[in-house]
Design a binder for this molecule. Structure first.
Ligand code: ASP
Length: 329
């Protein structure tokens, strides 16, 4: 074959390859999509992922499954998605912990900024400081006294190193003279069971999971981590932790969606458009808002802004974590 003919044949093969893969993308998704949640079922991350999965069914015309791959503060589930095939069928729904793990873990099984494609930041919720039902304190001032009279004996549950509950615990610990013991779980759903049963004393948990238990009087609430008091009936009388005397204590937990690095741009575009449409679903909005969660549709829902936000949070939390002296293997 002459050079020209070989060139034409190669171009034709190239065209066939491009057009067949474009067709494959055009058909995306043609099988169920899995949302990996790096915490146990029944917690706040699981809740937003399940609400999102439900709302994504219509815009994607596909089944969306939630799979909990819990442990090590969310790093095991994140690593699973970082290593998954970049075809858009395995996605990660992770929270603020994706930004804090790099400062906490000596070795991470993935690279936070390099191994994922950002698909958007989707929600944020304040946390609440809650205690076991029989705890001998009814407000934050009493709680402070109770913690100092039980110096070293108070247990604070969390969802593992780098989880939102752990971070909130670190910030809280930094404001108190007495030492508390951190008790890690694979998510805050099992931690909540133990808190209600009195096996642990305290937990800093997103409103999402705390509100139903506060309403049912199964836990005591001492404060919210939002700047202003929350409007929800269950929390309207609850002071902010800043009001209760913890100056500068403000924290909200956000979730984002991620695909493995190298997912084709048309697939990412299709997924992002579907997420944007899902977040407009009135039922999703209502279900999340009833638990104190704000659905995010500001600039951070844009993939590039989401990535910038993750970077900013990495820097912000690296400072707080360094001051706390906390780390994990
Ligand atoms: N709320 C948890 C945390 O503290 C995670 C979860 O179970 O959703 O990070």
């Amino acid at each position: 074959m002459g050079t020209l003919k070989r060139g034409a044949a190669a171009a034709a093969i190239g065209l066939i390859a491009i057009s067949s893969s474009t067709t494959a993308w055009a058909e995306f998704p043609d099988k169920p999509i899995t949302l990996v949640v790096p915490f146990s079922a029944g917690g706040p991350s699981d809740k937003i992922a399940r609400d999102l999965a439900e709302a994504l069914r219509k815009p994607l015309a596909q089944t969306v499954i939630v799979d909990n791959t819990a442990g090590a503060g969310g790093t095991i589930g994140a690593a699973r998605v970082a290593r998954a095939s970049p075809d858009g069928y395995t996605l990660l729904v992770h929270h603020i912990g994706i930004s804090t793990a790099p400062a906490l873990y000596k070795k991470l099984p993935y690279r936070t900024l390099e191994d994922f494609e950002n698909l958007g930041l989707i929600n944020e919720a304040p946390s609440t400081l809650i205690g076991k039902p029989g705890l001998a304190a009814n407000n934050f001032a009493d709680l402070r006294k109770w913690i100092s009279s039980n110096d070293g004996k108070v247990n604070l549950a969390n969802a593992g190193v780098g989880s939102a509950s752990h971070l909130c615990g670190l910030v809280l610990q930094a404001t108190l003279p007495s030492k508390m013991a951190f008790v890690p779980y694979k998510g805050t759903a099992p931690a909540m069971t133990d808190l209600m049963g009195g096996q642990v004393d305290l937990m800093c948990e997103q409103a999402t999971n705390a509100v139903p238990q506060i309403e049912a009087k199964k836990v005591k609430v001492f404060g919210v981590t939002s700047k202003q008091r929350m409007a929800l009936p269950a929390l309207a009388q609850v002071p902010t932790l800043a009001e209760a005397g913890l100056t500068g204590f403000e924290m909200s937990v956000w979730h984002g969606v991620y695909a493995p690095k190298g997912t084709p741009p048309p697939v990412l575009a299709r997924l992002h458009a579907a997420i944007r449409a899902a977040l407009k679903d009135p039922e999703l909005i209502q279900r999340e808002e009833a638990l104190g969660v704000r659905i995010v549709t500001d600039a951070r829902l844009e993939p590039a802004e989401h990535k910038k936000y993750v970077e900013g949070e990495m820097i912000r939390w690296a400072r707080i974590i360094k001051d706390s002296g906390e780390s994990a293997d």
